[in-house]
Design a protein around this ligand. Structure first.
Ligand SMILES: Cc1cc2nc3c(=O)[nH]c(=O)nc-3n(C[C@H](O)[C@H](O)[C@H](O)COP(=O)(O)OP(=O)(O)OC[C@H]3O[C@@H](n4cnc5c(N)ncnc54)[C@H](O)[C@@H]3O)c2cc1C
Length: 298
């Protein structure tokens, strides 16, 4: 398909942000290629909440509808291959894949998302997206104002614990990873947050916290801030600048979503905080239009 063809833009990552970028470019009648590994970040959750017109819809279904609408444009090409390497420079990029194909494009958009690393607490990972979450706006409402746990990973967990009382009575587990200073304790007390310092042995049942002293505290849901980094190292491989966020690292972009490497754009979770489907879609739309602009104006 791609060996003798040069695309205007090659988009790596065909989830919400990548497809949103692709849609703008398709509507500008640009010849584009989307490569997608199909591992959307919210694949662990049954429902995606908070995205206008798609509230409560399955993440897969939102992606399926988007892809169907996108592929109706004749200048859009799609492959379910993983990009393994990007070489070249503005106007002359080559993308290699895990199927040993090579594709050529004038611009690159990295919409590769981030990976989530959870603290080493037994039982957390297997409940991720079901009763263990990071974003209260995404999954807080469905807990029906019942009891909520927050597990500390560091100081930014205090922020999370201070937010959660709007969704339910909150207990904050410092779990040996965080020492609270007087100011933090006062703020937590002011918001009515219970603090539990006994270390966690494991998570059991639906969302029960079993402590090392033998007590078990039951909750409707558990919130924990995951550590994020770009889901693959394509950006780093190209030399794109990386920046710190409160949650980990991301690709640095300017106001037009261009990375530090000319002709390489990035959007969605890998290039902005905070994270949500709505914000990824908005970010992607702007990255698509910006990349198109540079094909016209340089
Ligand atoms: C458990 C959980 C639940 C969530 N629930 C909600 C919710 O209810 N509402 C909400 O708004 N947000 C929710 N989010 C956040 C939401 O999932 C993200 O904000 C959103 O998925 C970001 O979209 P994206 O396109 O930037 O990245 P992603 O959706 O992560 O997609 C990245 C895509 O790039 C592909 N990819 C990566 N590297 C390559 C490569 N080298 N080659 C080819 N393809 C590649 C991946 O396979 C994937 O398809 C949730 C997140 C989690 C973790």
């Amino acid at each position: 398909m791609g060996f003798f063809m040069k695309y205007g833009v090659i988009i790596i990552g065909g989830s919400y942000s990548g497809m949103s970028a692709a849609l703008q470019l398709a509507r500008a009648r640009q010849k584009i290629l989307v490569l997608d590994g199909g591992k959307r970040r919210n694949r662990f959750a049954d429902h995606s909440n908070g995205f206008l017109t798609q509230d409560g819809i399955a993440p897969d279904e939102i992606a399926r509808t988007a892809r169907q609408q996108l592929l109706a444009y004749p200048s859009v090409y799609w492959t379910d291959q993983m990009a393994t390497d990007i070489s070249g420079e503005k106007d002359h990029f080559t993308v290699s894949t895990d199927a040993s194909e090579r594709f050529h494009g004038k611009r690159i958009i990295l919409a590769i998302g981030v990976s989530d690393t959870l603290p080493d607490v037994k039982g957390l990972q297997e409940r991720w997206g079901q009763t263990v979450f990071h974003c209260p706006y995404c999954h807080g409402y469905e807990l029906g104002q019942k009891d909520i746990a927050v597990i500390a990973v560091g100081e930014n967990s205090v922020h999370q614990a201070l937010m959660l009382p709007d969704w339910g009575a909150t207990t904050f587990f410092t779990d040996g990873r965080l020492t609270l200073n007087d100011e933090m304790s006062a703020k937590l007390a002011h918001r009515g947050v219970e603090v539990e310092h006994t270390p966690i042995a494991r998570i059991t049942g639906s969302a029960d916290v079993y402590l090392t002293d033998g007590r078990t505290l039951s909750f409707a849901g558990i919130f924990v801030a995951s550590r994020n980094k770009p889901s693959t190292s394509l950006g780093e491989g190209l030399g794109c600048a990386i920046e710190e966020t409160p949650f980990g690292t991301q690709l640095q972009t300017d106001a037009n979503k261009e990375t530090s490497i000319p002709g390489v754009f990035a959007c969605g979770d890998v290039a902005r905080v905070p994270h949500s489907v709505a914000l990824a879609v908005a970010d992607g739309a702007w990255a698509g239009a910006s990349a198109h602009g540079t094909l016209i104006f340089g």
